[in-house]
Design a protein around this ligand. Structure first.
Ligand code: G
Ligand code: G
Ligand code: MN
Ligand code: NA
Length: 248
């Protein structure tokens, strides 16, 4: 309860910031964009993981506000980047149900060239009220934004959602990538996911790529983009110019 209280004023006290993790294209290894990851530095407790505080925010009815802050901050940062780099923003299920969510996205994305904003949702965003979620996703796409299905393969019914809504991007959960080198089952699953995504015309991003061997295998099997510690850890916005210069 105290943590919720602290979270309430975190944005206005400057305790929140975004870290950015690069995505590269398999084709030419160039950086195509960054995923924005929310960070909270609590004055006494130090860094608190979003895995902990996002559920708190959701439970306390703070996710709308927090999500709006993330959208604004990510688009404001991305407006400063070299042309052609996209920004991916994680969106919680509860945000999709907010009446002013689409207006928030429009306002934030107005800072960017068209098509540079991608919204990542997890399957859990689609479970509670799939009709609303699908309608909102369709409108996001109609407004020219890209959509990604995050953590693919970890939920129950992602295939059903792929039938109802065609995401631009499918993000293969890092649990599959981690098991690639030791588990034949994971190899088959990743190959099958990649083949399916390709047949449906979706871009694929492998998450949690940590080794050259994983990267080589994913590229060989047609995964279009890679994200993970092998390329870069999530870094603060100020570190991006140096990262980009060092990468190419
Ligand atoms: O980078 P990290 O380990 O901290 O991310 C942990 C989890 O928190 C990931 O599943 C990520 O999708 C989620 N997350 C990070 N930032 C945001 C955000 O801005 N909004 C939402 N809804 N989830 C986020
Ligand atoms: O669920 P989502 O994909 O949005 O969250 C990304 C999370 O994964 C973040 O917490 C990020 O810090 C973490 N992450 C990113 N790359 C790697 C990686 O290569 N290895 C591991 N173990 N975690 C990673
Ligand atoms: Mn994500
Ligand atoms: Na993910």
């Amino acid at each position: 309860a105290q943590l919720v209280q602290a979270l309430r004023g975190a944005a206005s006290r400057g305790e929140l910031h975004l870290a950015y993790q690069a995505q590269i294209e398999s084709e030419d290894l160039r950086v195509s964009g960054f995923e924005a990851l929310l960070r909270w530095h609590h004055p006494e407790l130090g860094d608190i993981s979003p895995v902990e505080f996002i559920p708190l925010a959701e439970g306390a009815g703070l996710m709308g506000e927090l999500g709006a802050w993330v959208l604004q901050a990510a688009c404001r940062d991305a407006a400063q980047w070299p042309a052609g780099l996209s920004v991916s923003v994680n969106v919680s299920a509860l945000q999709l149900a907010e009446p002013d969510f689409l207006a928030q996205v429009q306002a934030a994305a107005a800072l960017l060239p068209p098509g540079q904003l991608e919204l990542e949702v997890t399957e859990s965003a689609l479970i509670d009220d799939a009709d609303t979620a699908v309608a909102v996703l369709q409108q996001l796409r109609a407004q020219g934004h890209r959509t990604a299905l995050d953590d693919f393969g970890t939920g129950y019914s992602a295939l059903g959602y792929l039938r109802r809504f065609r995401f631009d991007t499918l993000k293969i959960d890092r649990s599959f990538v981690r098991d690639l080198s030791r588990d034949a089952g994971a190899q088959v699953l990743v190959d099958t996911i990649l083949a399916m995504a390709q047949a449906l015309g979706m871009r694929t991003v492998a998450e949690g790529v940590e080794t050259e061997a994983e990267a080589r295998r994913l590229i060989h099997r047609g995964c279009t983009s890679l994200q993970g510690f092998l390329i870069s850890r999530p870094v603060p916005a100020q570190a991006l110019p140096d990262f980009l210069q060092a990468w190419c």
